[in-house]
Design a binder for this molecule. Structure first.
Ligand SMILES: O=c1nc2n(C[C@H](O)[C@H](O)[C@H](O)CO)c3cc(O)ccc3cc-2c(=O)[nH]1
Ligand SMILES: C[C@H]1O[C@@H](n2cnc3c(N)ncnc32)[C@H](O)[C@@H]1O
Ligand code: SF4
Length: 327
């Protein structure tokens, strides 16, 4: 039985839903011609950040479709907003978030070493799901889900000393052996670089209208087994995260999950829009006898080792020293 479990309070900002990939489980992505296709503007994002700050959030989670720049319509939208690359725009949005007192965590899909180098000074942590080391039909239309490319980016983040979130998506056609190998591969990277703060064990949620709409989600037993595997395979300095809006976390916490990820008082989960966030009170009820502690999007060990830039120094220190956060 763990001493406690952690969670973060965030605002989820789906900056663009244009994506070069086409994962068979995803409803986040839009064709450029779709009425909901978007590149969010600075004013709209500024308002979400301010609202989130007032509601006690500490994290701005910026999520993107991958390399939307490969889609011509997107480049037009970006240029009409005055930017020539996604990274320039992300940089600006991260500066806005910091100015409003929120710590950025960017998950833009695949980025190059150079792109992450640019974004590192304005991000408290960054993320990319490995998904799986297996090559699956679910990813046949997604060049960016090639395991080698994902592993390259996760390693590059390590070389750059960026506190990092990765994870596996469970139930997209991979075997138990594949899960073990995915986790072993993440463990090896962690032993080499030490930058992985958490590994998400995310259960696949079938979505109506997708190619995988009638694939069964993983059972509770499979999720329990996968969390146990993760806890036994990953080094002790990596926390295992599960999403409390996708699965009842109680038994998973008892099996080794120690983090419940970001929950948002003001925004929805744009990747799983049907799954409502519990609020903190509800989360405490779900965790029953396990106490909860709020954390920041950068884990304490990376604050202590100074894995952040001057631009984040003031905000990280003032948040980390204020009452109530996991030290
Ligand atoms: O609200 C969500 N947050 C997601 N997060 C964010 C997470 O909840 C927290 O923001 C992190 O724990 C950082 O504090 C992700 C972060 C990543 O880097 C990679 C994948 C995810 C997936 C989700 C998700 O599906 N929904
Ligand atoms: C941000 C992360 O969200 C996850 N993701 C995308 N679609 C789904 C789905 N249907 N169910 C659960 N997780 C999903 C992927 O793992 C992606 O990397
Ligand atoms: S999961 Fe990410 S990469 Fe895959 S289609 Fe959706 S937005 Fe694109």
């Amino acid at each position: 039985m763990p001493e406690y479990a952690t969670f973060a309070r965030n605002v989820f900002i789906p900056v663009t839903n244009i994506c070069r990939n086409n994962c068979h489980y995803c409803t986040f992505r839009r064709e450029p011609s779709h009425p909901d296709a978007q590149l969010m503007g600075e004013k709209e994002i500024g308002d979400i950040l301010s609202h989130g700050k007032k509601a006690g959030c500490t994290e701005a989670l910026f999520v993107f479709g991958e390399y939307a720049e490969e889609v011509p319509e997107y480049m037009e939208w970006l240029e009409s907003r005055g930017y020539s690359s996604t990274v320039d725009y992300v940089y600006k949005l991260c500066e806005m978030a910091i100015g409003k007192g929120l710590l950025p965590h960017t998950n833009a899909g695949i980025l190059t070493y150079e792109e992450m180098e640019v974004l590192k000074p304005v991000n408290a942590s960054m993320g990319l799901m490995l998904e799986t080391t297996a090559r699956l039909p679910a990813h046949e239309l997604s060049p960016g889900k090639e395991p080698k490319i994902r592993l390259r980016m996760i390693e590059d983040a390590g070389k750059l000393h960026i506190p990092f979130t990765t994870g596996i998506l469970v139930g997209i056609g991979e075997t138990r052996e594949n899960r073990i190998y995915s986790l072993e591969t993440i463990a090896e990277i962690q032993l080499k670089y030490g930058h992985i703060q958490e590994v998400i064990i995310q259960n696949f949620m079938p979505k109506p209208g997708t190619r995988m709409e009638s694939i069964k989600p993983p059972s509770k037993e499979e999720m329990l087994d996968t969390v146990q595997l993760a806890r036994s395979i990953l080094p002790a300095d990596v926390e295992v995260q599960v999403a409390p809006n996708l699965i009842d976390p109680y038994l998973l916490i008892k099996a080794g999950a120690k983090d419940l990820g970001g929950i948002s008082p003001t925004t929805i989960d744009w990747i799983n829009p049907e799954a409502e966030w519990p609020d903190v009170e509800k989360l405490k009820t779900m965790a029953r006898d396990i106490p909860l502690k709020e954390r920041l999007p950068i884990y304490p060990q990376y604050i202590r080792s100074g894995w952040y830039s001057k631009q984040l120094d003031g905000l990280i220190n003032s948040l980390a020293n204020s009452e109530g956060y996991r030290k």
